[in-house]
Design a protein around this ligand. Structure first.
Ligand SMILES: *Cc1c(COP(=O)(O)O)cnc(C)c1O
Length: 388
């Protein structure tokens, strides 16, 4: 993946920077298209995973819709050419201003997270003489079996409408003339690697689909969210997630009624493996108990390890002599926080000042979370096959 020529190109660049492999992204999008088309599934891309222009453009060109979680993401999606009728808007705290942006642009659907929000959307839509299409985001109480910071579908999480509120919800809907119920929506968590989680989700969706039908509500859309995980340990061996099994699971276990559409909202699985954070070794500290590699990239460029103790593979690009002796290192950044650490006790070949290091699988929730803490420079990026 990182051939000699590419590394030579990296040598000329000022570090740190994100490197995006557009060819891998294209192949990933092809695979999504191939597998989703088999079942006529609709796929939206969750912009929050990465809203880099070049990546968004490719994703849009490949026909995906957009899943947005803020008014600015809705505007960004429109600016990048996503069709309004392929844009959905989720989020537990949509402001009036954000709701108005979505209404003015006639997006496909609001994924509504509370009864109060339904009332607010109804009021704002009425002011504009519009009828807003809404899907109810239901919290199905399915455990995503992932880190608790990225679990969203349990009763204790802030997201979605709880099942015991649904009766109230449809009674409220009867009174509201400026919102139209088109479907139900779910998103139970992220970095889900056990497909049984999605199977459990399907069982819940089927129950709820019937529940609505029994009460005379036909649902046009079943939106099952995103959350498919990627292999952070083997980014080269598993560079494209197993979309075949993923979509097949839903085809097998989700019971669709006549003409019902199934929608997905994938973020991480689309972009994670296409990005790496490229950094240089500034200093090497040899201790009695520990050795440290101090990089010029830190939590300000890639926050996932500090935020949820996420694992990223650290790959040495300069010293590629497989036979050289290895040492245990903590790989850390320059930021004044002890959590500014990319990896603890990893076995690496001897590192020296100036070595290039790649932190792999950083295409999702990387660049988008970069910050100016410590008055750091704005993050730079380089795309495969060209310099920018
Ligand atoms: C974040 C998010 C997604 C995407 O999650 P991934 O784990 O990146 O696939 C999808 N839907 C909603 C509502 C989200 O908030």
């Amino acid at each position: 993946m990182f051939d000699i020529e590419l590394i030579r190109e990296f040598e000329r660049e000022e570090t740190p920077f994100y490197y995006y492999d557009l060819d891998l992204l294209k192949r990933t999008l092809k695979s999504i298209d191939l597998e989703a088309t088999k079942y006529n599934f609709h796929v939206h891309y969750a912009l929050k995973a990465n809203f880099n222009d070049r990546l968004l453009r490719l994703i849009q060109e490949n026909g995906l819709g957009a899943d947005c979680v803020s008014g600015n993401e809705v505007l960004k999606a429109l600016e990048m050419g996503f069709d309004a009728d392929k844009i959905v808007f989720a989020g537990v705290g949509k402001s009036d201003k954000e709701i108005n942006i979505a209404l003015e642009n006639n997006i496909f659907s609001f994924n509504v997270e509370s009864i109060q929000e339904l009332e607010v959307i109804n009021e704002l839509a009425a002011e504009k003489n519009k009828v807003a299409r809404v899907a109810l985001r239901i919290n199905p109480n399915v455990d995503a079996q992932t880190h608790h910071y990225i679990t969203t579908g349990l009763d204790e999480n802030k997201f979605g409408i709880k099942s015991w509120e649904l009766e109230d919800c449809i009674n409220t809907l009867k009174k509201l003339s400026s919102v139209k119920l088109i479907g139900i929506h779910f998103h139970v968590g992220s970095q889900i690697t056990d497909l049984n989680v999605f199977k459990s989700l399907c069982v819940k969706v089927n129950e709820l689909n019937n529940w609505f039908e029994e009460r005379g509500h036909y649902l046009q859309v079943l939106n099952v969210g995103g959350g498919l995980g990627v292999d952070y340990h083997n980014p080269d061996e598993n560079d494209i997630p197993d979309f075949e099994s993923y979509f097949k699971t839903f085809d097998q276990f989700l019971e669709r009624k006549l003409n019902q559409e199934v929608h997905f909202e994938l973020g991480r699985a689309v972009v994670a493996q296409s990005g790496s954070l490229i950094s240089r070794v500034l200093y090497v500290k040899k201790g009695i108990k520990k050795n440290f590699i101090i990089l010029d990239a830190g939590m300000t460029e890639l926050m996932r390890p500090a935020l949820y103790q996420a694992y990223h593979k650290v790959q040495q690009l300069s010293n590629s002599d497989e036979s050289s002796e290895t040492f245990n290192y903590d790989v850390v950044g320059p930021i004044c926080e002890s959590s500014d650490c990319f990896a603890k006790e990893v076995s690496l070949r001897e590192a020296k000042r100036g070595d290039l290091i790649a932190i792999r699988s950083a295409g999702a929730y990387g660049e988008v979370m970069s910050s100016g803490y410590n008055l750091r420079n704005e993050i730079r990026y380089v795309y495969s096959g060209e310099r920018n």
